[in-house]
Design a protein around this ligand. Sequence first.
Ligand code: FEO
Ligand code: CA
Length: 646
Amino acid sequence: MGEIEDIGSNPSPRDPIRAVIRRRMTRRAALRGLTGAAAGAVLAQDLVGEALAQVASAVPASGLAFPEVAHQDSKSPGQAAPEGYEIQTVIRWGDPVLADAPAFDPASQSAASQAAQFGYNNDYLDFFPLPKGSGSSDRGLLVVNHEYSNTNLMFPGIGEGRGARLRSNAEQVAVEMCAHGMSVVEVARRGGTWVSVPGGAQNRRITMHTPMRVSGPAAGHPRLRTNADPTGMRVLGTLNNCAGGNTPWGTVLTAEENINYYFGGEAAEAGEQRAHYRRYGIIKDSQYAWRRFEARFDLDQEPNEPNRFGWVVEFDPYDPNSVPVKRTAMGRFKHEGATHAVSADGRVAFYMGDDERNEYVYRFVTARPWNRDDPAANRDLLDEGTLSVARFHDDGRMEWLPLAHGTGPLTEANGFANQADVVIEARRAADLLGATPMDRPEDVETNPVNGRVYAMLTNNNRRTAERARGPNPRADNRHGQVLEIIPPGAGTDRVDHAASEGRWELFLVAGDPKRHTGASYHQGITENGWLTCPDNVTFDSKGRIWISTDSSEVGGITDGIWAAETAGPVRGLTRCFYQAPAGAEVCGPRFTPDNRTLFLAIQHPGEGRGSTFETPSTRWPDFVEGMPPRPSIIAIVKRDGGEIGS
Ligand code: FEO
Ligand code: CA
């Protein structure tokens, strides 16, 4: 998420290993005769250095042979891919998804039109081959999150600034509620060009009005009951869907992230829920106008409604009638994503970041192995399992601490009457367990080749010098880092993703090494090889990492994609593959099974100070006068038909 994703709500992050880490820093700094901030920078360099094969002079050739894209100035209105590659726009905000969708007309939008058209601010995207089970790379379903709306870029006359979201009228709020949610849309490659297929048999729009079921420990709990739903089992809609993931059994997971922006009311400042609200960033003032027109976003009328959001939601993308399910066993926090890795014993681990400053990295492991032969056996696999949170030690070890009611501090004495309380207040449970506060954990995803788990830690300007250590080595961290979690067995064909311990290393520390203290990569990167604010990630079939970024303007460039080998002599040598238009963050990224198409979600083009519907900083991708910028899915293909990066 872009400009509004900077409210930290962990007021007193604790780090149980603080003293030990400081010893390590002191020892290393002493070896180099350094102290303070300089010692932190050295530590970062050392940790990366331990992980990288350092190359003093000539840089060995990378398997990534594309001509590197030059960094763009952060105000550049256009985009760039390597020479020899083609960028195709697949679907834009407002394009038809359902058969009865009207053509997009920014001057006359309605909730009914938007509910049949592609939504706003595409974040997570996934590709599900068609026909199901075919492994096709030429036809499939794109499954896309629509995370939030930029009122001032969607509608004329709103003006600029943060307060713009409060200026929507009733009709515009109704449009916004349908611009949120998800799209499932058929896409096909015809004559070499990717196109969307309006009215495709499985096409679907999910909005704030789509009925969903609640399952797991919090289903039906009094804290989830409202006037509209006295059962606490049925919720309308999914909110602020950032990234996501999929399951080995073919369903999709969508992650509810910054749910707090939509709620407001005096109740946030009073009553027994106050501490709970605050821990989740729910305050008196909302950032959207919704609560003026929809009672359920008004805390004074529906104080429990926020408890019905902040979950991971599962549904079958191949069945447009499937009812999405909020899987409460996976915990409630600001979910960035939920990506899976099958453990050696067949149980399935889901890695999840809680994207806020000083929040945590989580893992959910199913109680039972998944069943390859019986889809029905997997239907409710996500309702039973162990939710854990990560604690990182200074010496490269890490632990997974279970959030299990009745164990350790998670008892009635601390306000946890049962597992429902634990999952509803997962953040507070993790606080009590002594989890390690991180630098905004975004995507956490497993490399299918080496079995290591890569966490994108995007930035943290609240990281103080005394808390700069271990996997979060820099104070006032504006650029982020990429962390590797190494489960037992990584690098073999028996990786234990259910283990209670692992190891960690830093893969890279982001920023421009020439300007930003502590930035560290393979020594051979070019002037375009550095990146800042890593956010989403994917891996190609050779195990190479493809990192997308959010908020690169802090480094003076536009967001984009950088790729690197994860093993061998050029491990960590990031190269710039794509640059986005001004104001946009790059999400997705997702390869087709044949690695010959890379889909990207270009979110909030034109966002930023001073940019409005009338005078946006870019009119990407149409560049037509009067047409506002449009969040869109693009496909990047190689002109010679080869694999991406080859
Ligand atoms: Fe929605 Fe954490 O980015
Ligand atoms: Ca994100």
